[in-house]
Design a protein around this ligand. Sequence first.
Ligand code: ATP
Ligand code: MG
Length: 284
Amino acid sequence: MNLRIAIQKSGRLSEDSLKLLNDCGISVKSAGAKLRSQAENFPVEVYFLRDDDIPQYVQDGVADLGVVGENVLYEKCKDVEVVQKLGFGRCRLSLAVPRNSAYQSVASLEGRKIATSYPFLVESWLRQNRVDAEIHEISGSVEIAPGIGLADAVCDLVSSGSTLFMNGLQEVETILESEAVLVKKTELDEEKEKLLRKLLFRINSVQAARKNKYILLNAPNDALDEIFALLPGMKSPTVLPLAEEGWSSVHSVVPEAEFWDKIEALKYAGAQGILVVPIEKMIQ
Ligand code: ATP
Ligand code: MG
């Protein structure tokens, strides 16, 4: 019995999806010419598909799980369940207009033509904002539409904004913030649910590890109280005496987000020889 997971064959989500599985100790080789691949050491079979098809395959039960961007998932409007956000493939679906156009608010779109590959999401957003605009659906190169007179505005995925900028467009509204998510078929049998729980336990450990760093430092004993106050640790920091009298080595775990602030404060408190190492897995 296998858990069948659909991931993107080749594109922006492929590498991170495979890396997540591999970091979970599930070794799968990248797609190559193959459309499916059996993991060696976990009952998982990976299907390599176009991202657009993944929600449908999961809804139909051809795959049990899928990794797909929220943008694709919500556009396709399928009956699948989001199990977990995965923290990669971040982007936003945004409306953009030519830089020289006099855009003031959503109302400026009234009666205009919007080119997009996301007709459902754009339509719903327009309805919510009580604006009537015409949607022109195209499947790619959306950003050139205003330049060739096909539309007055576009709605497309943005991460840095450089593609919009190069095409003389300016981002004016965000319709959806998106990242990759793990989705599952609404009803899985008990055995597959069990495998899914095992997989989720591993994903959580990998994600926690990615968000934290292991830190080691030396400090004079009289600075320890101040240093402890700065270090949360998983329970409390580990302290070991150094061979040099009056000094200790302190080990702890620091969230990536607070990391640079902490390092400065620790140095200021008297810490020396600070080492920071990545954590491979973190079981909480
Ligand atoms: P496929 O051949 O599988 O249909 P695609 O061309 O539709 O591929 P990609 O461009 O590889 O898709 O993007 C896959 C997903 O990556 C997007 O649906 C989105 O969730 C995410 N993504 C992250 N950043 C961006 C970005 N700057 N532009 C487009 N997609 C992005
Ligand atoms: Mg696609």
